[in-house]
Design a protein around this ligand. Structure first.
Ligand code: SF4
Length: 165
């Protein structure tokens, strides 16, 4: 926390070109925390940026355990992209509209999946984790192959040939 506050305010002011976060932990964790700080400040993107809710009694699935599991299973993805995991439709659709892949909890163990901000299909609790991992891996592979781009909800819509004339 101290490192994040101290270095974060300097980085936010545009000061500094390299950082090192010292932790009493394995050295790999220092790299992870450093990237998380840069990602939080919007200075660098790397891997999957996960947006999630704190969870509450409205959740359609166990948000905390789901996010923990997904973060661990998606650590190997280095392609910048976004994933929203929200427990219900109170905030889920709004966050999903801003992310490459979104998931919002629904009733009776059936949840909604969004692709590039748009509702696409449902998934059941039993295979939800595997399904989301597959979707993220597939999207990352497409981006790496130049067949897709990471979703930018604020980008101007692509002009059609007709409209450009
Ligand atoms: S999105 Fe739904 S489950 Fe998550 S904290 Fe908000 S109300 Fe609760």
């Amino acid at each position: 926390m101290k490192s994040a506050i101290g270095m974060g305010s300097l980085l936010w002011a545009g000061i500094g070109d390299t950082i090192r976060v010292s932790l009493s932990a394995e050295p790999e964790q220092e790299i992870k925390v450093g990237f998380e700080m840069l990602k939080s400040l919007g200075l660098r993107t790397r891997g999957v940026r996960v947006v999630s809710c704190p969870s509450c009694s409205r959740q359609g699935f166990d948000v905390i355990r789901t996010v923990e599991a997904l973060e661990a299973r998606l650590e190997h993805i280095k392609t910048p992209m976004s994933l929203s995991i929200l427990g219900c439709v109170v905030n889920g659709p709004g966050e999903a509209r801003e992310t490459d892949i979104g998931l919002t909890g629904g009733g009776a163990g059936k949840h909604m999946v969004y692709l590039r901000g748009v509702t696409d299909h449902t998934v059941e609790s039993d295979n939800m984790l595997d399904h989301i991992v597959r979707l993220v891996e597939a999207k990352a592979a497409e981006i790496e192959a130049g067949e897709a781009t990471a979703f930018d909800p604020h980008a101007a819509p692509a002009q059609t040939a007709e409209a450009a004339e």
